[in-house]
Design a protein around this ligand. Structure first.
Ligand SMILES: [Mn+2]
Length: 395
């Protein structure tokens, strides 16, 4: 499929050719590239990494993928035949000093461990493709595709770290990269890009993945977004019904829960707490919760259960604007948030100004998360209380 022949309107979301070629030239100059995924690596990050790994491999550039999932097989990637490094394996990470640290699906140091952050800073060049807004890793400036880019001079003088906030996934930005380069990409890469796209769209309720039927259906909200839907359709065309069925089953984790997972999921609804004004619903899974431990703590399956829970809560309770879950993950105490009719950007700033603890927050305007760098039970409880108070003030 030659993407240059597709009838794509020039929009903010289309990467310019000069921009893409700039990235491409930098990548081709490199001998070693480390592709870096964010903490609690999800399918968008991992599939973005895999597509970039495949591309780099094709142009003869050696690369590794740094991932934080303890069990990467839970990500159900197309292949595991690549150089994978665990994000907590300092020795292995430090064996290579890459020419480029290439960040996918995150631009903020808050979303990676200190070991990985240190490693990134040692690379002469920090580049990446992202769809988030916090880009503190790209210190010297970056391009956000918010409006059509006209002056290629400005583009080339900026750091080649690109984020398109309007993109539905990091894999969408990579799609735009290949498109701008007029590259025909393989079906394998299309598979990776689509899997990441669908996974992030599913989190936002933009597609319905039915694991029992093996189908993926685009919702009206996705269809209304011309740029996103165009990517969806173009990638879908390159895949078979079997591919779609496999992805639907792997994403629709709720259709395929074990008894233990089912009972955990049900128990969340019995543990709901509400803020004083009734606008916030939350569940706090204790640091030492045995059930959470036995399910393997935070992984792609438990994360899907918690995600489903938050979205259901917003539907079940008309007055609730914010659904929160607190849980232990990768040595920190985390929060995940979904909101309706409430812009979380306001909350991120407010909480940072009003809570005097060592924590981070960020994400999108309707879903996000953060972590507290303490597992002390009293500190965690204090954090929960203060977070809920912030929302109580704002909603
Ligand atoms: Mn993403």
């Amino acid at each position: 499929m030659n993407l240059s022949n597709s009838s794509i309107e020039f929009t903010a979301n289309r990467m310019s050719k000069a921009q893409a070629q700039f990235v491409d030239r930098e990548l081709r100059k490199a001998k070693n590239v480390d592709i870096i995924c964010h903490d609690t690596t999800d399918k968008d990050a991992a599939n973005s990494a895999l597509a970039m790994w495949e591309y780099l491999n094709n142009i003869g550039v050696h690369s590794r993928i740094i991932i934080s999932q303890k069990n990467p097989k839970l990500l159900n990637l197309r292949t595991y035949n690549f150089n994978i490094v665990q994000s907590n394996d300092k020795d292995e990470i430090e064996k290579v000093k890459p020419d480029i640290a290439f960040c996918v699906d995150f631009g903020s140091e808050k979303r990676i461990s200190p070991i990985v952050y240190e490693h990134i800073l040692k690379a002469p060049k920090i580049m990446g493709f992202d769809h988030h807004k916090d880009l503190d890793i790209a210190k010297d400036g970056y391009i956000q595709f918010q409006e059509p880019i006209e002056n290629s001079q400005n583009i080339l003088s900026s750091a080649p770290f690109y984020s398109d906030k309007s993109a539905k996934s990091a894999t969408s930005v990579i799609y735009r990269y290949f498109e701008a380069l007029d590259k025909k990409f393989s079906k394998d890469i299309a598979y990776d890009l689509f899997f990441g796209f669908i996974s992030d769209c599913n989190k936002k309720g933009l597609v319905v993945c039915d694991g029992n039927k093996g189908t993926i259906i685009a919702c009206d909200e996705l269809k209304k977004d011309k740029n996103a839907y165009e990517i969806y359709q173009n990638l879908r065309k390159m895949l078979t019904d079997e591919d779609i069925s496999f992805m639907a089953k792997k994403i629709d984790i709720m259709a395929d829960l074990t008894d233990e997972e089912k009972s955990f999921s049900d128990s969340l609804y019995k543990k709901i707490n509400f803020s004083k004004n009734g606008k916030v619903a939350y569940v706090a899974i204790a640091v030492d919760d045995e059930e959470w431990k036995s399910l393997g703590e935070d992984n792609i399956r438990t994360s899907a259960i918690l995600n489903n829970f938050r979205r259901n809560v917003l539907k079940l309770y008309p007055d609730v604007k914010v659904a929160l879950v607190f849980y232990k993950a990768e040595g920190a105490y985390r929060i995940s948030i979904h909101s309706k009719d409430f812009n979380l950007d306001e909350f991120y700033d407010y909480a940072k100004d009003n809570i005097d603890l060592d924590f981070s927050l960020g994400g999108h305007s309707d879903r996000g998360g953060g972590k507290l760098s303490s597992l002390d039970i009293d500190t965690c409880n204090g954090w929960i209380e203060k977070i809920v108070d912030c929302f109580n003030d704002l909603t």
